[in-house]
Design a protein around this ligand. Structure first.
Ligand code: 13P
Length: 297
């Protein structure tokens, strides 16, 4: 079986397979470690494996490489990108900084390495509020997700959160609507949404959480409607088979679905596609990522 061959090659090469909660079920099943983007960054920093096969999208694999300049990091397909990350350029960050002297720059890890190099600190959806709260600055340039910026602003009214760009968004998460929340409630479910969802959906949901937060909260609920990538419900169902997790039909991130088992096998056989980050950019971005990881959890 292909999964057995993947495990055999990974063991032979001292490779660790890290996968995001949104990956295809069969890729989740073959991974050594599954998690949200914060958990994966921490695991990538802590690993002693010679090779990291990263099943996710490019900014996640880049983060793993930035934290491990001496290790080989492989993304099994070349075109698994994130449209949200591509909404922000380093020039936009520099211009915003110049027009807001004294403001801090917090970038969601869903950003390019070149943008992270311009940030004071990074965050994920799991720790965005804690990261911003930890800063001395009252004005915070926050990007590239405007809905996550809104979520942080709701929790920290004492700060001024400036979204950068003003309308950066995840094309999947902004598709969820109040009708999806109502359908979940009509079924008698608890409705949970990701903070990349629009503010009206956040306000109407029972819980707003990162994918890692969903894993931690799920044991307290019998039935959930889950407003995020549908593969999350596979992850939750494996962990808590007695509960019911309902996705919204068609809620697929096409980039997260690009890696198939065949690609993981190909990656282990050929070493393709190795992730590279230019050394000066990596050093500056590492500072922002490590500052995030060093915060108390
Ligand atoms: P998490 O922080 O929950 O892993 O979310 C990552 C992501 O890219 C959501 O679209």
């Amino acid at each position: 079986m292909i999964a057995d061959e993947i495990r055999r090659l990974a063991a032979e090469q001292g490779a660790v397979i890290l996968a995001h909660n949104y990956e295809r079920p069969e890729v989740q099943d073959v991974a050594d470690f599954l998690g949200d983007s914060l958990e994966l960054a921490i695991r990538a920093k802590e690993t002693t494996a010679d090779v990291i096969v990263f099943c996710g999208v490019d900014f996640m694999a880049e983060t793993a490489k930035i934290l491990n300049p001496g290790r080989k990091v492989i993304l099994p397909v070349q075109d698994a990108t994130c449209p949200l990350a591509e909404a922000l350029t380093p020039e936009m960050v520099r211009e915003a900084r110049a027009s807001h002297p004294g403001a801090a720059v917090v970038l969601y890890v869903n950003s390019t390495a070149e943008c992270k190099a311009e940030a004071d600190i990074t965050c994920t959806s799991a720790n965005a509020v804690d990261v911003v709260r930890s800063l001395a600055e009252d004005v915070v340039l926050f990007g590239p997700d405007a809905n996550l910026a809104h979520f942080v602003q709701q929790h920290l009214p004492e700060k001024q959160i400036v979204p950068l760009p003003p309308e950066g968004h995840c094309p999947l998460h902004v598709r969820f609507s109040l009708a999806d929340v109502e359908a979940g409630h009509a079924r008698g479910d608890t409705v949970v949404c990701h903070p990349e969802c629009n503010p009206d959906v956040q306000a109407a949901s029972d819980l707003v959480a990162s994918t890692g937060g969903m894993v931690r909260e799920a044991p307290h609920h019998a039935a959930w409607t889950v407003l995020t990538e549908e593969a999350m419900t596979y992850r939750l169902s494996c962990l808590y088979p007695e509960a019911a997790f309902h996705p919204v039909e068609g809620a697929e991130c096409e980039d997260m679905k690009k890696i198939r088992l065949e690609d993981v096998l190909h990656a282990l056989r050929t070493g393709e596609y190795e992730v590279q980050v230019e050394a000066t950019i990596a050093a500056r971005a590492r500072h922002a990522i490590e500052r995030m990881i060093a915060l108390p959890r």
